[in-house]
Design a protein around this ligand. Structure first.
Ligand code: ATP
Ligand code: MG
Length: 503
């Protein structure tokens, strides 16, 4: 039996556990559990850290059962990697092991007043005041402002900091700490890709920055140790996989970049999950954007390997608009139903949907923006609305692709894509039409998990995965079928669709 490598993929909407063959990258088995999102007040988004851990344990155990049913010995699992929703912020007590508040999810807007205060005190009210160190604008999105809110508003957090019992972390840190023993010797660490999303990490020196910590008034002793994305952090303490090394850690968007094998400068991918995130590898140098993109640490695949950077266009709401149409409006019963509904109309009939539920991220960085639906007539029905929602995802991607092309000067000639929404073929065709370049989707859609499995399997001391080897991965191409005047070259795939244009 070939060695196996496992991955925990803790996303905003769900947790997954997946097991890959380290020689062929074949997905052997997996299990997925949906995560409950809480909206206690308008603009607030929280998740329960204990529910997150329970979902991780459940996914591990259920996958191990499935492997046993396949007559696969779980002792073939040689390493485990963790990839996660980024920026989501937790504080817990290292003595009791208890979370001191719910996880504040990246989409959460409660820190808008904090952000305004911080921007007001920056020279020239410049939201890019810290960009030279962090690659990021001051925004509700990043962990430092969420942590600031916890320190200001939650007594338990303040007390735990005073008694030196508080630990801060993003979801990766929380999972690794729990899996390596929790209050009985858990390892408190994160990787460079996750650290680079906190706004406390200097992406030039690759360390926590005392000046940034002073700026946000964050005590440095509560921060996790920053490690590379591929090294042994610790070993699983309990459950079926006790003794297996945890040796890969990457933020989900970085993991997808690795999983799509975008190792060379200029290569890019777009992942369509809750939000959508276009990352382009810029090699070993951080490139600062002139067009509203972020500069982020993509990965550092080994203690002695150089860090690689990426330019990133982040869109807050992509799949979440479909979830909203399902959960809040009830116009579909499941996310996948939207495709049939939208295809039945084949057009939005002049209806436009700007799903700025959490403000607008790249390239605007405008936290006060809110969603609108416009262009409605007596004729508009839920099919048109469904179509407009899918188009909205494509238009947002077009905007960040344009920014990316302007920043790099070398236009992308095709777009590699992945994520839950890419199972929607109508969306993929619309995206190719709206970008006017081909969209390429791998047949194995779990690239986020694959990326961190690769990092875990390649770590020194594990050595079961060879990163630069060429894997024969299948892919499907969606060619643009629309010309620049908005006319369709063929009517084969979108029957009766009247091409809509960007307003
Ligand atoms: N066929 C579909 N058409 C449109 N949207 C879909 C479809 N299937 C799933 N989605 C949307 O995609 C999202 C789930 O994608 P995915 O599974 O990649 O997310 P995740 O990994 O759990 O979360 P994260 O965004 O943190 O990665 C949901 O918001 C869902 O509404
Ligand atoms: Mg995901």
């Amino acid at each position: 039996m070939d060695p196996l490598v496992a991955a925990i993929d803790q996303g905003t909407s769900s947790t997954r556990f997946l097991v890959f063959n380290a020689k062929t990258a074949e997905l052997i088995s997996h299990h997925q559990v949906e995560i409950k999102q809480r909206f206690p007040k308008e603009g607030w988004v929280e998740e329960d850290p204990k529910e997150i851990m329970l979902s991780v344990y459940e996914c591990i155990e259920r996958t191990c059962e499935k492997l046993c049913q396949l007559n696969i010995d779980i002792s073939n699992i040689k390493a485990l990697g963790v990839t996660n929703q980024r920026e989501t912020t937790l504080v817990w007590d290292k003595e009791t092991g208890e979370p001191l508040y719910n996880a504040i999810v990246w989409l959460d807007l409660r820190t808008q007043p904090t952000v305004e205060r911080l921007i007001n005190k920056a020279p020239g009210r410049n939201k890019n005041h810290l960009k030279h160190k962090t690659g990021l604008p001051i925004s509700t999105y990043f962990s430092a402002v969420k942590l600031r809110w916890l320190l200001d508003n939650v007594d338990e957090v303040q007390q735990a900091v005073l008694s030196r019992q508080a630990l801060f972390g993003t979801v990766d840190s929380w999972i690794i700490w729990c899996l390596t023993g929790g209050r009985n010797g858990g390892v408190h660490c994160t990787d460079v890709s996750n650290a680079s999303r906190t706004m406390l990490f200097n992406i030039n020196t690759m360390a926590w920055d005392p000046e940034l910590c002073r700026y946000f008034e964050v005590p440095m002793e509560i921060l996790p140790k920053v490690r590379s994305s591929s090294e042994i952090y610790g070993w699983m303490k309990s459950n079926s996989l006790a003794g297996v090394p945890i040796s890969g850690c990457l933020g989900d968007q970085s993991a997808a970049l690795v999983g799509q094998m975008c190792f060379r400068e200029g290569q890019a991918k777009n992942t369509y999950g809750t939000g959508c995130f276009l990352l382009r590898n810029t090699g070993t140098k951080p490139v600062m954007s002139e067009h509203g993109l972020l500069t982020t640490v993509a990965y550092k695949l080994g203690k002695n390997e150089p860090a690689c950077y990426a330019l990133e266009g982040s869109v807050a709401i992509a799949g979440a608009v479909v979830r909203w149409l399902k959960d809040n409006m009830g116009i579909v019963q499941s996310s996948s139903e939207i495709e049939k509904l939208a295809a039945a109309a084949g057009t939005s009939y002049g209806c436009y949907f700007v799903p700025a539920f959490s403000g607008l991220y790249a390239p605007y960085w405008e936290p006060s923006a809110r969603g609108i639906i416009c262009g409605l007539t007596q004729f508009t029905n839920r099919k048109h609305l469904a179509f407009a929602a899918l188009e909205a995802v494509c238009f947002q991607t077009r905007e960040i692709l344009d920014a990316m092309n302007q920043d790099s000067g070398v236009p992308l000639t095709e777009l590699q894509v992945d994520g839950g929404m890419t199972s929607n073929r109508l969306l993929m065709q619309l995206q190719a039409d709206i970008l006017c370049i081909p969209v390429v989707r791998p047949t194995m859609s779990e690239t986020t998990a694959l990326g961190v499995a690769m990092a875990a399997g390649a770590a020194e001391g594990v050595d079961v995965w060879h990163l630069r080897r060429n894997l024969a991965v299948g892919a499907e191409r969606f060619e643009p079928q629309i010309n620049s005047d908005g006319e369709r070259a063929s009517s084969a795939s979108l029957v009766g669709r009247r091409p809509s244009r960007k307003p």
